[in-house]
Design a protein around this ligand. Structure first.
Ligand SMILES: Cc1ncc(COP(=O)(O)O)c(C=O)c1O
Length: 403
C-alpha cells in the first residue's frame, strides 16, 4: 500500500477533521494513532470496562483474555521466546527505571552508557551513583554522531556490569551496531540493555536474534496509546530480580510480615493496569507489522533526503549527525547560527501548520557538553508525504530569509 492509503486511517490527517491540514513531523516525540488503535481502546471502555485477573465475571474474563493476547502480540513483535518476558510499563523511562532499581547493582559496579543518551537512559544511572555507589562511564560518540566501536572495546575491557545504549538516537537518528555491541559486551561478561524507543518504530527488533538482555520501548512511538510501554527481559534475569514497585497485583499472598510474589511478569506490574492502553498497544503492533519495516524505512529515507538536500546550502544551518540521510532514519535535526530554535518551530507552526520539536530533546547533557543551545528536529514517518517534506523545506527557506 502507498502512504496515501495509510493516511485515511489517521483521523488527525483526515481533512474533514481539520480546518487547516496539519503537517506532523514530530513522530520521534509521539507517533499519530490509526483508528484501529483508537477503536480497540474504545471497545474496552464501551464493552468490557473491567479489571483483568482480579474478578470472576464475564467482563473480567474478556479483559484477561485480551491482555494475554496483547502480551502475546508484543512477544511476537519483539521475537521474545515467551510472553512472560514482556512486562507492561507506562513508557521507556519506566522500563529503564525498573531495571536500574530492580537489578541487584552493588557498590563499585560499572554501568556504561553513550554520550548522547536521552535523559531516561542517563538520570536513572546517575541516581544509582548516588544511592548505591556504582560507577557511571560515558562513551562519547564520534564527531559525526556515529558509534565509537574501538572506544567501546576499550571501555568494556575494565569490567562492566551493564551496558545501556539508545539503539537509535532521538537526537540525530543514528542507529548503533547493536549486534557487534552485544557480542563484545557478552564476551566481557557485561549485560546489555537497549533503549529501543526510537528503533522499534522503524526497524524489526528481534530480541532473541540479538541476544539482548533487556530492551525498553514506548507504545506511543509505535502508533500505540500515550503512556504505554514495554520492558523485555530474559526470563531468567526477570525471574531473579526483586520487583521495584510493589503492592496489589504483584503478590500471590501476604501476611502482616511477609509476602509471596507472583511469577514474572505480574510481579513487575503493580496495581491496576492501563487495560485500554495495553489492548490498544497490541493493535498498534499488529498494524505496524502489516505496514512493514521495509516500507517504513523506504519512506523515511525519501523524506529525509528531501529535507536534507533542500536545506543543504542554507546559510548558517548546521546539521546534527551524519550528512547522509540514510544514516539518520526519519530524523532531521539542525540549528541555524544566531536564530533561536523555538522561534523557528513556532514560525513553522504559525505559517504552515508544520509540527516539529525544538530545544534539547531531553538530551541536555549532549548539548551542554557541546556548547550548543538547542536545535529543531523534524521527524518523518511512513504517513508523511513528499509534498509535506517539500513544504517543510519551502517554509524553512522563507523563515531563513526573514530572520
Ligand atoms: C531514545 C529515547 N529514549 C527514551 C525516551 C523516553 O521515552 P518515554 O518518554 O516514552 O519514556 C525517548 C523519548 O523521546 C527517546 O527518544
Amino acid at each position: 500500500m502507498a502512504t496515501h492509503d495509510y493516511r485515511i486511517d489517521f483521523p488527525i490527517l483526515n481533512p474533514q477533521n481539520n480546518d487547516k491540514p496539519i503537517i506532523y513531523l514530530d513522530t520521534a516525540c509521539q507517533s499519530l494513532r490509526p483508528r484501529q488503535v483508537i477503536e480497540a481502546m474504545n471497545r474496552y471502555y464501551t464493552k468490557f470496562p473491567a479489571c483483568s485477573g482480579r474478578s470472576n465475571h464475564q467482563l473480567a474474563a474478556t479483559v484477561t483474555r485480551l491482555m494475554d493476547e496483547a502480551r502475546q502480540q508484543m512477544a511476537r513483535f519483539l521475537g521474545a521466546s515467551r510472553m512472560e518476558e514482556i512486562v507492561f510499563t507506562r513508557n521507556t523511562t519506566e522500563a529503564i527505571n525498573l531495571v536500574a532499581n530492580a537489578y541487584d547493582f552493588q557498590t563499585g559496579d560499572t554501568v556504561l552508557i553513550g554520550g548522547k543518551e536521552h535523559n531516561s537512559n542517563l538520570i536513572p544511572w546517575q541516581m544509582l551513583v548516588k544511592r548505591r555507589g556504582i560507577h557511571l562511564k560515558i562513551l562519547p560518540p564520534l564527531s559525526d554522531g556515529s558509534f565509537d566501536l574501538p572506544g567501546f572495546e576499550q571501555a568494556i575491557s575494565g569490567g562492566v556490569k551493564l551496558v545501556s545504549f539508545g539503539y537509535t538516537s532521538n537526537l540525530d537518528g543514528v542507529t548503533l551496531p547493536v549486534e557487534q555491541i552485544i557480542k563484545l559486551a557478552h564476551k566481557r561478561g557485561a549485560l546489555v540493555m537497549l533503549d529501543a524507543a526510537q528503533a522499534a518504530p522503524q526497524r524489526k527488533v528481534n530480541v532473541r536474534a540479538l541476544d539482548v538482555d533487556f530492551l525498553a520501548l514506548s507504545g506511543h512511538k509505535i502508533l500505540g496509546p500515550s503512556g504505554t510501554g514495554v520492558l523485555y527481559g530474559k526470563y531468567k534475569l526477570l525471574d531473579a530480580m526483586n520487583p521495584f514497585m510493589v503492592g496489589g497485583d504483584t503478590v500471590a499472598t501476604s501476611t502482616y510480615e511477609t509476602c509471596e510474589f507472583l511469577p514474572v511478569p505480574e510481579k513487575y506490574e503493580a496495581g491496576l493496569q492501563d487495560y485500554a492502553g495495553v489492548i490498544g498497544l497490541g493493535e498498534a503492533a499488529r498494524y505496524l507489522q502489516a505496514v512493514g519495516f521495509d516500507a517504513i524505512q523506504k519512506q523515511e529515507l525519501l523524506l529525509n533526503k528531501i529535507m536534507t538536500e533542500g536545506t543543504i546550502d542554507m546559510q548558517g544551518l548546521h546539521l546534527i549527525g551524519p550528512a547522509d540521510p540514510a544514516l539518520r532514519s526519519g530524523i532531521f535535526t539542525f540549528y541555524i547560527d544566531g536564530i533561536d530554535s523555538h522561534r523557528i518551530a513556532l514560525m513553522l507552526d504559525q505559517m504552515a501548520n508544520i509540527c516539529v520539536r525544538s530545544g534539547q530533546h531531553c538530551v541536555h547533557s549532549w548539548f551542554n557538553a557541546n556548547g550548543i543551545k538547542g536545535s529543531v528536529r523534524a521527524s518523518a514517518y511512513f504517513y508523511n508525504t513528499e509534498e509535506e517534506a517539500e513544504l517543510f523545506v519551502e517554509n524553512l527557506i522563507k523563515i531563513r530569509k526573514v530572520l
